[in-house]
Design a binder for this molecule. Structure first.
Ligand code: GDP
Length: 467
């Protein structure tokens, strides 16, 4: 365990006035520095109180002058977030109080904490592994209920336990291989070989599933990509505004005014959906509009679902039919039959190949009056849920959510597969050992057991100061 000799301090609440402002300290002198900057109201000093007790008193500035009436608490390592001695002041959320308080902590011997340094210390002191530390970051930036639940599960160790099980099965395999190497003249028990091969196969399967979970995990944090397409003036920008609940896109009645793409993230049943308002997709002679049309096609790349908006007060054209097929070829599509307030024209019948028809969901709406919008949200909910089948409580936190984790799982899976295939082909155990060792090291990167410092630097630098 590394020994960190300096004590760090930071303001842990966001900038600006607020109900509460928190100053935080961690390091060997945290409690004594806090004691010097705090005058309890009672007769006992801070350190005469028990750890984790909330003590009421005055926060003192560097001149010893009271600047706020606050609550202070200290904890002794290893029973703290960072695993070191820590202290915390809960002040009034005044930027001036927090600045003066921080200056006092510096004057008493602390130094400014860097971004993510508290969590980094928790990692270095073994209070969290790297997957859990990343979960702290995911929790802070979660934009949907499902994203937050997942991050909380990962923080509680769901992913780490899953990786730990695979790790320990592979360590067992290593132990057997080593035993074989130690007695090279003895014949290997064929039952043992079969057992090892089965274990490798099981781990390969678990790693493959883990790796594949990265796709859903990324969708959870980044959101389902959902372009809104359709002819100019169909009501795409109006729909985006209605779904987002505020005027994000400019709505005009001159066709072709949404020339660029506008993106808004919304929550649909706890799932993050990124709505992308595109310029009308249609053949166009206007060069600026053509660029917009190209952007629209680009917005449809890799989309997870599509909303195609049609103006129900004008006839459905061949052009609309072509666009609809293009959408259906890419993803589940909701045909939003808009402007029903203008005409009660029913959704027209159009021929679609059978394999495309099953991906079509139609909803009639009037964005203007709000009629049908609830049905539309319901349709989107059903489609969004298909990406995240009703999550069981225990499955929260077991998905990979970033590229670093996905790459490590892929490498581990690849190495285990190589080892299994080699074993089945009768290759000697020493050759297999390298593969299994490589798989273990990839898993170690996932949890941070064998991760390089520049990788951890990158992870923690994304955190805010004070976390
Ligand atoms: P876009 O070009 O597809 O983004 O279309 P807009 O959202 O800019 O809308 C074009 C015009 O249609 C605007 O004047 C809107 O107010 C109007 N509009 C949009 N939805 C409705 C609707 O449900 N009913 C009526 N009557 N007008 C609508």
């Amino acid at each position: 365990m590394p020994v960190l000799t300096d004590t760090i301090a930071a303001i842990s609440t966001p900038p600006g006035p607020g109900a509460i402002g928190i100053l935080r300290l961690s390091g060997p002198d945290a409690a004594s520095i806090a004691e010097r900057c705090f005058k309890p109201l009672g007769h006992k000093s801070l350190l005469e109180h028990k750890p984790k007790e909330l003590v009421y008193g005055d926060l003192l500035d560097s001149g010893g002058q009271a600047i706020d009436r606050v609550l202070c608490t200290y904890s002794l390592g290893p029973n703290s977030y960072t695993g070191e001695d820590t202290a915390e002041f809960q002040c009034h959320g005044s930027p001036m109080v927090l600045t003066l308080g921080l200056e006092a902590l510096f004057a008493a011997g602390a130094r400014q904490a860097k971004a993510g340094e508290f969590t980094r210390r928790a990692f270095l002191n073994g209070r969290l592994d790297l997957a859990q530390a990343e979960a702290v970051g995911d929790l802070l930036s979660a934009q949907s209920r499902e994203g937050a639940r997942h991050a909380a599960g990962q923080l509680a160790g769901a992913l780490s336990r899953k990786i730990g099980d695979i790790y320990s099965a592979l360590v067992d395999v290593m132990a057997h291989f080593h035993a074989v190497l130690d007695y090279p003249d003895e014949d290997i028990d064929p039952f043992l070989m079969e057992e090892l091969s089965t274990t490798l196969e099981e781990q390969e399967d678990r790693l493959w599933k883990l790796y594949s979970s990265g796709h859903r995990g990324s969708l959870l944090t980044q959101g389902l990509k959902c372009p809104i397409v359709g002819r100019p003036n169909a009501g795409k920008s109006s729909l985006l505004n209605a779904l987002a609940g505020y005027d994000r896109a400019i709505v005009t009645d001159i066709p072709g005014t949404t020339r660029d793409t506008v993106e808004v993230s919304i929550q649909v049943k706890g799932v993050l959906v990124r709505l992308i308002d595109t310029a009308g997709i249609r053949e166009s002679g206007d060069p600026i509009e053509r660029i917009g049309v190209e952007r629209s096609r680009a917005a449809m790349e890799g989309c997870n679902l599509v909303l195609m908006v049609c103006d129900g007060s004008v006839p459905f054209t061949e052009e609309d039919g072509t666009l609809l097929e293009e959408c259906l070829n890419r993803a589940e599509t909701v045909l939003v039959w808009n402007k029903t307030d203008l005409s009660s024209a029913p959704v027209p019948f159009f021929y679609l190949p059978e394999e495309l028809e099953e991906h079509l969901h139609t909803v009639s709406v009037s964005v203007k009056t709000g009629a049908g919008l609830e049905e539309l949200e319901e349709a989107m909910r059903t489609l969004a849920e298909e990406f995240f089948p009703r999550a069981q409580e225990e499955s929260y936190g077991q998905l990979l959510t970033n590229q670093r984790q996905i790459e490590a799982a892929e490498l581990a899976c690849h190495c285990v597969r190589r080892a299994r295939e080699a074993l089945e082909a009768g290759v000697t155990p020493d050759a297999l050992l390298t593969d299994v060792e490589e798989a273990l090291s990839a898993l170690g990167e996932l949890t941070g057991q064998s991760v390089r410092e520049d990788v951890t630097d990158r992870i923690f630098s994304k955190f805010c100061v004070g976390k």
